[in-house]
Design a protein around this ligand. Structure first.
Ligand SMILES: Cc1cn([C@H]2C[C@H](O)[C@@H](COP(=O)(O)OP(=O)(O)O[C@H]3O[C@H](C)C(=O)[C@H](O)[C@H]3O)O2)c(=O)[nH]c1=O
Length: 313
């Protein structure tokens, strides 16, 4: 049995559905829990007696972490600490055979490595250099997980992924936010010059990678997961607008009245404080060791995502 821990405001929102679709759903139990509630975590672990705990519970939006860091410290750092302690106690109750099977998989982000310049890629050995309260809280969580492995022998694996996108994503994130705004004829706020680069990873590719690491990854190891899809933010927003021109021929009323197209909604606004310029992942370790490859192209993944949002609203 595996339990997948998440929180209510989950940003990895599509992962449970996607995981359930590719894995034996009888084996996976998805827990929506307050990650800081130790009694509840103890009860869940005792009830399901899992061999695998996947920790996807995070506050994950950089802008919200800048506006109010407290929740990020609480969920991402205190929550991870609470889960680690619950797993450590649970692990100590297991027999030797089950201890050999048990592992905690901590899901993290490439933002812990900070920002790249024009060249280079983040690898598993890149130095930690987080910029935002969010990424600093995830970096702290990664360090705690490694410390519980080295100090207490808790069996763990860690993954650090690039920017996720796909159906079900929480609408605070760039792609769903832009599609939702455009459909309402609202401005599309591009931070600064829009030349920041992100490496886009389709959610199903991410889930397959998580599944491989959770089941076959080496204990104590970190694996970076990225889609090898680097685009500037402005290019992504322009592509979204062009897709909407094709998929939504009837423009929102505000656009029709002014004879404008979706691209006319793009507005450059004040830049995000501490904005990381570029993220890009070297995923050669997971490709070499576990045979993973991203299968979705950005063109096809973005089309699926935009189509999903258009039909959902
Ligand atoms: C919401 C928004 C964003 N942006 C820019 C800011 C970023 O350069 C880029 C993507 O922003 P978003 O907030 O969607 O994602 P990141 O800040 O890159 O972080 C995301 O990817 C990493 C890996 C995680 O770990 C985070 O959990 C996840 O939120 O678009 C804009 O220009 N306008 C907007 O309205």
């Amino acid at each position: 049995m595996c339990i997948v821990i998440n929180v209510d405001k989950l940003t990895y929102a599509s992962h449970p559905e996607a995981l359930a679709a590719i894995a034996d759903s009888e084996r996976y139990h998805f827990v929506q829990a307050d990650i800081c509630d130790r009694a509840r975590l103890d009860q869940v672990l005792q009830q399901f007696q899992p061999d695998l705990v996947m920790h996807l519970a995070a506050e994950s939006h950089v802008d919200r972490s800048i506006d109010g860091p407290a929740e990020f410290i609480q969920t991402n750092i205190v929550g991870t600490y609470t889960l680690l302690e619950a797993c450590r106690s649970y692990y100590q109750t297991l027999g030797q055979a089950q201890q050999r099977r048990f592992r905690l998989h901590h899901i993290s982000t490439d933002e812990v490595y900070g920002s790249l310049g024009k060249a280079g890629l983040f690898s598993e050995t890149s130095a930690y250099d987080p910029s935002s309260p969010y990424s600093a809280s995830k970096a702290s969580a990664d360090h705690l997980v490694r410390a519980w492995h080295r100090t207490y022998g808790l069996p763990i694996v860690i993954t650090n992924c690039s920017n996720n996108y796909g159906p079900f994503q929480y609408p605070e994130k760039l792609i769903p936010l832009m599609v939702n705004n455009a459909l309402l004829g609202k401005p599309l706020p591009v931070y600064g010059n829009g030349q920041q680069v992100r490496d886009w990873l389709y959610v199903d590719d991410h889930v397959k990678a998580l599944f491989l690491v959770a089941t076959e990854g080496q204990l104590g190891e970190t694996y970076n997961i990225g889609g090898s899809n680097e685009y500037t933010n402005l290019a992504v927003v322009q592509r979204i607008c062009d897709l909407l021109e094709e998929l939504v021929p009837t423009h929102p009323q505000s656009l029709t009245m002014s004879g404008m197209g979706f691209r006319d909604l793009i507005q450059h606004v004040a830049d995000r404080p501490g904005h990381d310029v570029r993220y890009a992942i070297d995923a050669s370790k997971i490709q070499r060791e576990l045979g993973w490859q991203p299968l979705e192209s950005f063109d096809s993944g973005l089309r699926k995502t935009v189509e999903w949002i258009v039909q959902a609203v």
